[in-house]
Design a protein around this ligand. Sequence first.
Ligand code: ZN
Length: 312
Amino acid sequence: MKKTILSGLTALLVLAYHVDATDLQPGTSVFGSRQFIEYIPGSLPLVISAPHGGRERPEDIADRINGVTDMDANTQELANTLAEVILAETGKYPHLIVCRLHRSKLDANRRLQDAVEGNPDAEKAWHEHHGFIEQACQDAVAKHGFAFLIDLHGHGHPDPRVELGYLHDAIDLADCTEALDEATYVQRSSLRWIVEQHGIRHSELLYGSRSLGALLEQAGFPSTPSLMKPVPSQPFFRGGYTVARHCQADKNVTGLQIEANRPRLRDTAENRLRFALALTQSLRTYFKINLGYELGTPSATLPTAPLHRAAE
Ligand SMILES: [Zn+2]
């Protein structure tokens, strides 16, 4: 193991929750302790995490008492379908990190003390979840120069649109375009790296014609912020702990939180497949026009190993 300039405790913590890179094969699962966290390494600069779709409720981990404990139904399955579709459509694997613990045991999209409420096994899983995301992003940056993280969730808000969280709330997004393009908003944005490295206006990325929201709408899934609905209705999820922690411009990581509505999107396997196809198509365009990156085309020599399937 190489000595790094990382100091003492930080280095130990980071290394303790990473898997030796030589053990990683795109498309082959590795697991954290007790298989609570699954990481399927990829070869694309695309990292997908699903923190709230887990179904495992081990009796020896007490239920959390505070905060939200309901799962985001079918988001584990949606993340798996998305990864399969991306593989089929590009010939390459995205990185995929899935928390298999139920949210009543671990909320991986919260800071540690709120996430685990003192349980040591849940705490270990929390470190592994974020360690795998960090490792995936670092691998993508080393190979491609950047990582694009999607933290995938499901919401039950009255407005049945896909909510796109860039760390700006609905009040921020109601500000004028000129203000949103200024440094004060850009510096707080999960899109900061794209704005600064690719010279694209922040507001264009939030709700212009090149925004993910606009592209998803073209593909048949109403979204916000977007061309059609630049300012979300409230309640609206702005993006949480995971996006704020990992989407750091100085680490060349960008991305967003995607909150999928349930009706006509994640309620059935057929609808999850429809959305996965639409999102893959949208990401293909988004990567090309905003990141200068070609996601790839369906390969004649697709890997044959299926992605690990959690029980539905
Ligand atoms: Zn969630």
